[in-house]
Design a protein around this ligand. Structure first.
Ligand SMILES: Nc1nc2c(c(=O)[nH]1)N[C@H]1C(S)=C(S)[C@@H](COP(=O)(O)O)O[C@H]1N2
Ligand SMILES: [Mo]
Length: 591
């Protein structure tokens, strides 16, 4: 028998809410404790103190387009207009040399895979957005400071985190998306969405890097990289020609028009790298490493720019597709499928086949995720698990100043309901005992006063919830290295389990496992104070973990016991924690 096997805490872990179906399928109505499928609203945007629906963009866009066309068609009567277009024809060799080699096979296939991967990335990205459906520019994610949102304000009477009974949790704030828009659509499915997002991010990046290398190993870069400032007047000329409804010549087989070139250049060389950088800046392991948590590059700014890239990509995809259709559809699809400057119907057939493949993957992705969630978790871990393990090694050390402390700090999780916990709370933790055991030389029982008497450490650090919000707070407590020193783990101990007093929403005890190496990091502490006050119950009293390289859900609140183990396979459903078991998160969460 392994140490602790007869333990009531270990027994309280539940393999999986859907007992008997350890690998799913997910019953959406029972998901996350039966959270109702509150739908996302259309995005609204705040200007000053007023909120405007994004639907206004439709009439404004139409009016803007019609007025622009009217204005440009009038301008086209003037001689200077004709002179300008003659001088800068829009498609010319003033800003690039023509490409003689057509569209090579690698470029055509990479173009197809790029679209396929982006379909998954965009849908899963929208799902991640819906898990905290607000965008801010401040690191503290304070309600009503968001500039964009997909639901109404956080209810005013539920913002007080000192009241653990009524406080509005981040989980309640999540919204559902239609199944064929989000991936997988249902509410608070961020864990599964992230496997799709990150796995296809990696494939997309590999495809993109290979594409850029091949561009510069051949003459294909000449299509995409302007070599003269003349690209700008030519781009203006192209735009004017489109708006005058007198479409410019399409010589795309060898030379893109200047507007097209700029759009491609921005997408490939600016938007795509920006997506990578702003994705990484949202990670505790990166932001903590570079100390970007509070400043201009804070997580919420990064999330906003990341969203901006999404908007750019969507506009690009729509405009690109419209242009393919209206500027000579058969010829255009011949270029990109067969690589020939022909008007063959085979090009159209191949284009149709590609699109059909994308539609099929589109249609099966969400149902497959709902049916086989454990397989999605495993496939995701197989694809990006090792990279996440590397990010755990960034050794984040950032601390912030008192001025950076967030005026509001979101709450998450369900507080403990047991009589035992209520009694401990009523007695102000006088009878609380932290148990530390498992693979250690010296099992410990530490009372609350004993914990307070141990060396105390303060740190002002940033919390990163998987759902997307963040907050900076000052945490004070006992370094885990001190606990390790006292307990003296055996060499066989590889993981450290934190058991909570609280159950998760699906039933079964909340717990989470951390690599033992993290325990020796100087920023890993058992906190009993927040912002200089005793920790309140909402935020995890009497004791909550801070392991700053990891995301928020791993910061177990209401800690009842700590156990050192060799592996976590025998705990719960064997995935490394409550959310890992029940909601298919990963156990390494430095991003
Ligand atoms: N026991 C327990 N601990 C928990 C949770 C929970 O549901 N139960 N939620 C986690 C999540 S998802 C987050 S983001 C943080 C939130 O901490 P806070 O409420 O202090 O902001 O606590 C983590 N610790
Ligand atoms: Mo979270």
């Amino acid at each position: 028998m392994k140490p602790g096997d007869a333990d009531p805490l270990r027994k309280s872990l539940q393999p999986y809410y859907n007992q008997g179906h350890h690998d799913g399928p997910i019953v959406v109505d029972d998901w996350a404790g039966g959270i109702p499928q509150t739908r996302a609203q259309l995005p609204s945007v705040r200007i000053g103190r007023r909120w405007f629906s994004s639907l206004w963009l439709i009439p404004l866009g139409v009016i803007g387009l019609v007025l622009s066309i009217a204005a440009v068609r009038e301008m086209a009567h003037y001689e200077w207009f004709a002179e300008f277009v003659a001088r800068y024809p829009g498609t010319s060799t003033q800003y690039v040399e023509p490409v003689e080699s057509g569209f090579p096979w690698w470029l055509r296939w990479q173009h197809f895979f790029n679209l396929l991967f982006m379909m998954f990335i965009i849908r899963a990205g929208l799902q991640i957005l819906a898990d905290h459906p607000r965008l801010y520019l401040n690191a503290g994610s304070k309600p009503d400071t968001e500039w964009m949102r997909l639901r109404e304000s956080v209810p005013r009477h539920r913002r007080d985190s000192d009241d653990a009974e009524t406080v509005w949790t981040a989980k309640e704030d999540s919204v559902a998306l239609p199944k064929q828009l989000g991936l997988p659509g249902f509410r608070h499915s961020v864990g599964l969405a992230r496997w799709w997002h990150f796995s296809f991010d990696l494939l997309w990046l590999i495809n993109g890097v290979l594409f850029i290398v091949l561009l510069f190993c051949t003459d294909q870069w000449k299509r995409l990289v302007p070599t003269s400032m003349d690209v700008f007047p030519n781009a203006l000329s192209t735009a004017l020609q489109y708006l005058s409804l007198d479409l410019p010549v399409n010589a795309g087989f060898s030379t893109y028009n200047a507007l097209q070139l700029l759009a491609y250049f921005i997408t490939i060389f600016i938007a795509a790298p920006l997506a990578l950088v702003t994705g990484l800046l949202q990670a505790p392991s990166i932001a903590g490493r570079f100390g970007t948590g509070a400043g201009l590059l804070n997580r919420q700014v990064a999330r906003t720019i990341h969203f901006g890239v999404l908007v750019w990509m969507l506009i690009f995809i729509v405009m690109h597709t419209v242009m393919i259709f209206i500027t000579g559809f058969v010829g255009n699809v011949n270029h990109i499928t067969l690589g020939t400057n022909t008007n063959s119907w085979w090009g159209v057939v191949l284009y149709g086949a590609w699109m059909a493949v994308i539609v099929v993957f589109w249609l099966v992705a969400s149902p497959l995720t709902i049916k086989h969630p454990r397989a999605i978790q495993k496939a995701g871990r197989f694809t990006v698990g090792r990279l996440k393990a590397v990010l755990e090694q960034t050794n984040p050390t950032a601390t912030y100043s008192e001025d950076d402390i967030s005026p509001y700090f979101w709450t998450n999780g369900e507080k403990p309901e047991s009589d035992e916990f209520h009694r401990l709370e009523a007695d102000n933790w006088r009878n609380y005992q932290l148990r530390v055991d498992g693979l250690v030389h010296n099992p410990l029982e530490l009372s609350y006063p004993e914990l307070l008497a141990l060396p105390k450490q303060d740190q002002i650090t940033q919390h990163f919830c998987i759902q997307g919000w963040s907050g900076i707070a000052k945490w004070s407590g006992v370094p885990m290295s001190v606990i390790c020193q006292m307990a003296a783990p055996l060499a066989s101990a590889k993981w450290v389990v934190f058991y909570s007093f609280a159950d998760g929403p699906e039933g079964g005890r909340y717990y989470d496992c951390h690599p033992i190496a993290n325990m020796y990091h100087h920023q890993t502490i058992l906190a009993y104070e927040m912002n200089g006050e005793p920790l309140n119950v909402s935020h995890g009293a009497p004791l909550r973990l801070r392991d700053e390289v990891e995301l928020g859900f791993k910061q177990v609140k209401w800690i009842a016991a700590i156990e050192f183990v060799e592996s976590f396979e025998h705990l719960g459903a064997g995935q490394g924690g409550y959310n890992e078991d029940q909601e298919f998160y990963g156990y390494r969460m430095p991003i």
